[in-house]
Design a protein around this ligand. Structure first.
Ligand code: AMP
Length: 395
């Protein structure tokens, strides 16, 4: 077990908090188009400030490839955070060095360091860079679940050089729900998997198969399975080189794995195109959403479930009317009353456009990290916190 921020004495301490402020930007990096990630960090930030910490925040943003790039500055995030906290947030010109040391906060103050990835040493998990980051603080807190699958200086390396290291409230919440859904889940426990490619989700399918009672497949991924089973798939997105693998996965999963029984097909992908519901895709057409019988079948499984794990849309939900299947299932998940954990990105957008986000137990803020967790892969950022707790004889 990792320590929690709530286990630490923060009063008068300089706290280095790794947050995930990797927000989407527009206008050459000047405008934040979604501040969800900043808002998700507020509980830990407020907790630290309420407990008398001097707070240093650090994050990466985008892929600046180890060089300063004004279009990927965290300055707009500092401004937005300041509005949300209703207090000043100082912006450092860098994340290490004498300029930063001059700006170190006093208790109750907040300093946001500049993008960690402006230094190539961050992604290289460089020991000297890690040590210099650690030198800035008394206590380290990792609240960046979205970066927990990366072994970088700010998520792993610096933990070896700090006196105390703990998980923030968001990190704890993410781990609590993902663990609840995957270790001794309330049954029936089901997973809904969609999206574009089987190849992206092989390990997840293999891991989920070990403990779920049903695995409902949708999205383009379904067509690789259906083709492997000998069905006609027309022009649907099929990964030809994964047919053998799909056969093996179906064999391993047995009746747990459910595939769509009907589809919404069209000759091309564009809004308002003529569509037809079919059981097998016609030549020259492509399957772009699950059909009404599949919706019914999947809804019944969902409504009987006690734990639901969902990743990936059931169709091309960005282009109506191919969003119908995804939205119907989002509503069923909300109605089910089950513990529901939805993995970032597209599934989150679908849940929000269905207007049911408040009825989902947990929408993960970390796409890549939650996928790796569901694939059964140890997250280096979490493992490093657990190791630190052991070092202190706790956990
Ligand atoms: P992923 O990132 O793997 O979760 O895939 C999400 C993408 O899969 C979305 O952009 C969807 O539009 C796409 N997708 C879902 N179903 C289909 C389909 N039947 N045909 C083509 N693309 C699809």
């Amino acid at each position: 077990m990792a320590l929690s921020i709530q286990d630490l004495e923060l009063r008068g301490k300089r706290v280095f908090m790794r947050v995930d402020f990797n927000v989407p930007l527009a206008n050459g990096g000047k405008v934040i188009t979604s501040d969800e990630r900043i808002k998700a960090s507020l509980p830990s930030i407020n907790y630290a400030l309420d407990h008398g910490a001097a707070l240093i925040l650090a994050s990466h943003l985008g892929r600046p490839k180890g060089k300063p790039n004004p279009e990927m500055s965290l300055a707009p995030a500092a401004a937005r955070l300041s509005e949300l906290l209703k207090k000043p947030v100082a912006m450092a010109p860098d994340c290490i060095g004498p300029e930063v040391e001059k700006l170190l906060p006093k208790p109750g103050e907040v300093l946001l360091l500049e993008n960690l990835r402006f230094h190539p040493e961050e992604e290289k998990n460089d020991p000297e860079f890690s040590r210099r980051l650690a030198e800035l603080c008394d206590v380290y807190v990792n609240d960046a679940f979205g970066s927990a699958h990366r072994a970088h200086a700010s998520t792993v390396g610096m933990i070896a050089y700090v006196k105390q290291a703990a998980a923030g409230l968001l990190m704890e919440k993410e781990l609590e729900y993902l663990t609840k859904a995957t270790e001794n889940p309330r049954r029936p426990c089901i997973a809904i998997l969609g999206g574009a490619k089987v190849s992206d989700k092989i390990q997840i399918i293999q891991n989920l198969m070990k403990f779920v009672d049903r695995l409902l497949i949708g999205g383009a991924m379904a067509y690789t399975f259906l083709r492997a089973r000998g069905e006609s798939t027309g022009k649907s997105l099929v990964e030809e080189d994964k047919l053998e693998l799909a056969r093996e996965l179906m064999q391993q999963a047995g009746p747990k794995l459910e595939l769509p029984v009907d589809h919404v097909e069209a000759a091309e992908l564009k809004p308002g195109v003529e569509t037809e519901v079919v059981e097998q895709i016609s030549d020259g057409y492509m399957g772009l959403d699950i059909g009404p019988n599949t919706i019914n079948l999947y809804e019944n499984v969902i409504l009987g479930a006690k734990t639901i794990i969902w990743n990936g849309p059931m169709g091309v939900f960005e282009v109506p009317p191919f969003d119908k299947g995804t939205i119907a299932l989002a509503k069923a998940v909300a109605e089910s009353g089950a513990v529901s954990v939805v993995g970032g990105g597209d599934s989150e957008k679908a849940i929000r456009s269905a207007g049911v986000a408040d009825k989902i137990s947990h929408i993960s803020t970390g796409g890549g990290a939650s996928l790796e967790f569901l694939a059964g892969i140890e997250l280096p950022g979490v493992a490093a916190l657990e190791k630190a707790a052991k070092r202190h004889g706790i956990g």
